[in-house]
Write a protein that binds this ligand. Structure first.
Ligand code: ADP
Ligand code: MG
Length: 622
């Protein structure tokens, strides 16, 4: 048999390689923008026609290329960025494979104009399907302009697979955003079909983000900062209340390169644990600086995934840095004002309307009138006035200008909490605690506990509040393994399916930390000899069932979330319900313990634990 192996002609090889590099117009945009950045441009212009299907042009004012380099740049594996394999470990450039221009030239009509500063004239090269059709001397400004026309003109299958213009443009804008946000010091302009889409002047990170995502973004950002031997963390996370159901604005940059990392994304989510609505995703713009030696960006052809040497340490640092910032910037409470005003309050009022409203007002109002005047010299909890604002817009304005609001006073509950998250017990020491203690509490409808603050009254949902209290206690116990058990006189035997028992086994240790003492974990049955001190014996079976169903429906992938899930689930059952009479002692305990919580304003399921009614609002009702 004769030999059958032959080398593929270059243009075919290039076309095949192009498939890897260029999936769609956006891929071209990315490569060209990155080349411009590598060429040290200070201004980059991106011009697009028909979502990149007819034209993608990038003009930069970078270093340009010599005549020879201009020609060579379209050869495969032609790069000025690395010389030896070792250079791969010291990468400071976006490109390094020397494949992009060759690939693009294989599947489009490309025109390059380039000039180095020292040269009088520049070079113009035209290439179609890897064939150079002309090379001339030209007059052109310093820098490089590359036009890519009729992408995939010679691969109809690929061209036909392109999505609608709006989809392709979306992808282009995504790439543009990623590059632009990684380089706020470079000016970017983008045009589509002759109209300007983005004009991004040189700026800092924060301004760049705001320019890209709009003016309202500014108030949503919480800066993060940490510097260690391993990594420098900078950038911003979005305040939790702005978190959306869609994963929109989530950006990691490593050494100014946009990357995707499910693992680091998880670290961010873990930092937001307990602060977000169900299924909401926080936005973030996180800039990591690491030693190029400690990463490997070579594992993915389009280079959006990278490998870190010490991923675990990075995870931990990122999570704690974000957690710290969220706490420091008093972010969490703001979340709750929004919720109070926007979601729950109307419903609560709705249900009250069904009863005789004026009697209720009478009852609760008079006693507090007295309180109001007697405590007028006390601390001013005006922070809560904000939540009374009727519409969302006002609410934001108030929050945004927290520092300058005339009625603002640092002494609202929430800021108290965040100043000393660790020592929860002593939060209400001093005046504030005394003031609360002096206040009469009152139970409304066996459902709400009413008490006063200077600016009005607080109405606490007893079930949700207790859930928050129990939840935090369980969390503490689980993480610190410090729970107190009550020994059962007679061991409790509960039957479960094999699957359920396996599931319970996965959280056995955490359950023990909450105070459970298990005897045998046998087939079909578990023996319980001790239960958490916060729980009662008759609740236990229901509690475990609830836990099983929660575990089954939402299997989280890290120990951290599982702990949270466990505490959440158990707190649901342990918390006292509506309809339970509370004596004044219990009411006071509830108020004080709630406000000693780290996160007093929301229940573990992110529902408001209390609302406030300011004197102003009450006045308005008369
Ligand atoms: P890589 O970026 O991986 O080196 P490319 O195919 O993207 O490979 O580019 C090949 C070479 O062409 C680069 O190494 C660079 O020397 C040169 N080049 C490409 N674009 C530009 C530009 N806009 N300005 C100056 N030089 C460029
Ligand atoms: Mg490149």
């Amino acid at each position: 048999m004769s030999d059958i192996i032959q080398l593929l002609p270059d243009h075919v090889a290039n076309q095949i390689a192009a498939g890897e590099v260029v999936q769609r117009p956006a891929s071209v945009v990315k490569e060209l923008l990155e080349n411009a950045i590598d060429a040290k441009a200070t201004q980059i212009k991106l011009i697009i026609k028909e979502a990149g299907k007819t034209l993608i042009q990038v003009i930069d004012d970078g270093v340009g290329m010599s005549v020879t380099d201009a020609r060579l740049s379209f050869e495969r594996h032609a790069t000025s960025k690395i010389k030896t394999a070792e250079d791969l470990f010291e990468l400071n450039t976006k490109g390094f494979r020397g494949e992009a221009l060759a690939s693009i030239a294989a599947i489009a009509h490309v025109e390059l104009k380039t000039r180095q500063e020292k040269d009088e004239v520049g070079t113009e090269i035209k290439i179609e399907g890897s064939e150079v059709t002309s090379q001339e001397v030209c007059v052109t400004p310093k820098g490089t302009s590359i036009s890519v026309k009729n992408l995939f003109y010679n691969i109809p299958a690929r061209r036909n697979f392109l999505k609608s213009n709006s989809v392709e443009l979306r992808h282009i804008i995504d790439e543009f955003h990623r590059v632009a946000m990684a380089h706020p010091d470079i000016r970017f302009d983008m045009y589509h079909n002759d109209s300007e889409v983005f004009k991004l002047p040189t700026s800092n990170q924060r301004q760049r983000i705001v320019h890209v995502f709009g003016g309202k973004t500014n108030e949503k950002l919480v800066p993060i900062k940490e510097e260690t031997d391993l990594v420098t963390i900078g950038g911003f996370v979005g305040k939790p209340e702005y978190a959306k159901r869609t994963r929109g604005e989530q950006f990691f940059f490593v050494n100014n390169r946009f990357i995707k990392s499910a693992y680091l994304n998880h670290a961010v989510n873990a930092a937001f644990e307990g602060l977000l609505k169900d299924k909401a995703h926080p936005s973030y713009f996180i800039y990591l600086e690491v030693d190029p030696n400690s990463i490997d960006i070579n594992i993915h052809p389009t280079k959006t995934e990278i490998k870190f040497d010490d991923e675990h340490a990075l995870y931990a640092m990122l999570r704690s840095t974000i957690k710290h910032s969220l706490g420091q910037f008093n972010v969490a409470p703001i979340l709750d004002f929004n919720r109070d005003a926007s979601m729950d309050t109307p419903y609560e009022y709705k249900s009250k309307v069904a009863q005789t409203p004026h009697i209720e007002v009478d009852r609760s109002f008079n006693p507090f009138k007295e309180e109001k005047s007697s405590s007028s010299s006390g601390k001013n909890y005006t922070g809560y006035k904000k939540e009374s604002a009727g519409d969302w817009e006002n609410l934001y304005v108030g929050l945004e200008s927290e520092m300058t609001t005339p009625t603002s006073n640092e002494n609202d509950f929430s800021s108290v909490q965040f100043e000393s998250t660790e020592v929860t017990g002593s939060l209400f020491e001093g005046d504030k605690k005394k003031e609360l203690e002096q206040h009469t509490t009152y139970q409304l409808n066996r459902k709400y506990i009413v008490t006063t603050i200077k600016s009005g009254m607080v109405i606490i949902n007893q079930h949700r509040a207790h859930q928050r209290i129990v939840y935090e206690e369980l969390l503490r116990n689980i993480t610190m393994a410090s729970a107190v058990s009550q020994q059962l006189l007679f061991p409790l035997k509960l039957s479960f399916s094999k699957k359920e028992i396996t599931l319970l086994e996965t959280v056995k240790e955490q359950l023990q930390n909450t105070g459970f003492i298990f005897g045998e974990f046998a087939l079909g049955e578990i023996e319980i000899t001790g239960i958490p001190s916060v729980a009662s014996e008759k609740e236990v079976s229901q509690l475990l069932e609830q836990l099983l169903s929660d575990l089954e429906n939402e299997v989280p992938d890290s120990g951290f979330s599982q702990t949270d899930l466990l505490a959440k689930s158990m707190s649901k059952d342990i918390a006292i319900r509506s309809g339970v009479d509370l004596d004044p002692e219990q009411q006071k305990y509830m108020v004080n313990s709630l406000f000693a919580c780290t996160e007093p304003t929301i229940s573990p399921d992110n529902k408001p634990t209390f609302i406030t009614l300011t004197v102003d609002e009450i006045d308005k009702k008369f």
